[in-house]
Design a protein around this ligand. Structure first.
Ligand SMILES: *Cc1c(COP(=O)(O)O)cnc(C)c1O
Length: 355
């Protein structure tokens, strides 16, 4: 049976990207050697990381003066590296979910942290809107997509300070005005590659301002200076990122990814709103195009497990909601097809017909 992978992360990748990775792991560039067993400093691998970097710059239209890094440690490591490198006296954090909170916790180790707004009291079911951004912040940190709760800030905010964004779960799903950010980061396993590599886009001239000694590996300057090759980078996930970036480009780039994201989400949210059994969990205007959260309507609460089993039997994988929201979460990242969304909708409709 055909499987449709709605897992929140690590998530699905296009089949062609996986096949090319598999091929390179067996025999890289016809060398008779595996990608996994050659030097990261070989010219064949250098070409991979160079192309990945160039494609990131091309697809996101990264302006001059920014570096693209491929690091280890996940987005969670960036929660600490960001304030280590950028917090001088005071930073602002928009608290829109568990990931934002974790980022804030680390920042408090390095200086004053202002929570500019929060939707924690409402279990993060909306993006706070009516708040003013202090003008004396070193940076404002936002989480553009809240993977767990299914809310998203799908535009580049206008604020009077520089922004830093955790874009782990919606990077490469839309055009971004990179010039508004001092840094953008994300764990790759949501929309870029397999787990193991973290992408960081950082503005070079803001580095080195923080008045503290930074351990070598946690200092962005180390990685900028060495082109992400200070130590052995995660070569296979970087290769997969390169193939996936090639795939995104061939599909039409960020405008096409954005359109597909809207199309997929419209199909699934449309059914959630129409179907008598289900309802969405977040404020409509803040609905994420990447992680679609929904629950059974109260009068059908006992059908939660039966629907999960019904959908699973039809090939839907990973639709169980996060424990802090319950119900269901259908993650519709770049590689999810319209056909996959239609299959989920059909399962929802057929299940409704039985009840
Ligand atoms: C998954 C996720 C993280 C954590 O990423 P790791 O790479 O596992 O550390 C952080 N932020 C957001 C928004 C995420 O979705």
């Amino acid at each position: 049976m055909k499987k449709y992978n709605f897992t929140a992360g690590p998530c699905m990748l296009d089949r062609s990207v996986l096949e090319k990775t598999a091929q390179a792991v067996l025999d890289f560039n016809g060398m008779g050697l595996s990608l996994a067993e050659i030097s990261h400093r070989s010219k064949d691998f250098q070409a991979v990381i160079d192309e990945a970097e160039a494609l990131v710059k091309e697809l996101l239209e990264v302006p001059e003066g920014y570096s693209v890094l491929f690091l280890g440690g996940g987005a969670s490591m960036e929660f600490c590296m960001i304030p280590y490198n950028f917090l001088i006296t005071k930073a602002g954090y928009l608290n829109t979910g568990v990931w934002a909170k974790k980022a804030m916790k680390e920042a408090k180790l390095f200086g004053e942290v202002v929570e500019v707004a929060s939707s924690a009291d409402a279990n993060y079911t909306f993006i706070p809107k009516d708040w003013t951004c202090p003008t004396d912040l070193d940076y404002l940190h936002i989480t553009t997509n809240n993977t767990i709760y299914g809310t998203e800030i799908r535009k580049d905010l206008d604020v009077p300070v520089r922004m830093i964004a955790d874009m782990s779960s919606d990077i490469f799903s839309r055009p971004v005005d990179v010039s508004k950010y001092d840094a953008i980061y994300g764990g790759a396993q949501k929309n870029l590659s397999m787990a193991g590599v973290t992408i960081v886009i950082v503005k070079n001239d803001v580095l080195g301002r923080a008045p503290r000694e930074i351990p070598t590996m946690l200092d962005y300057r180390t990685h900028v200076d060495k082109g992400s090759m200070f130590n052995t980078p995660p070569v296979v996930p970087i290769y997969t990122a390169m193939e996936n970036l090639r795939w995104m480009k061939a599909m039409g780039g960020m405008k096409a990814m954005d359109k597909l994201a809207h199309d997929r989400a419209e199909i699934v949210y449309g059914e959630i709103d129409r179907n008598k059994l289900f309802r969405g969990t977040v404020k409509e205007e803040d609905r994420s195009l990447m992680n679609i959260c929904f629950v059974m309507n109260d009068e059908y609460a006992e059908l939660e497990k039966p629907f999960f089993d019904f959908a699973t039997e039809r090939g839907m994988v990973g639709i169980k909601g996060h424990r802090s929201v319950g119900g269901f979460r259908a993650s519709t990242y770049n590689a999810m097809t319209i056909e996959g969304c239609q299959a989920l909708v059909k399962a929802m409709q057929d299940f409704e017909a039985q009840h």
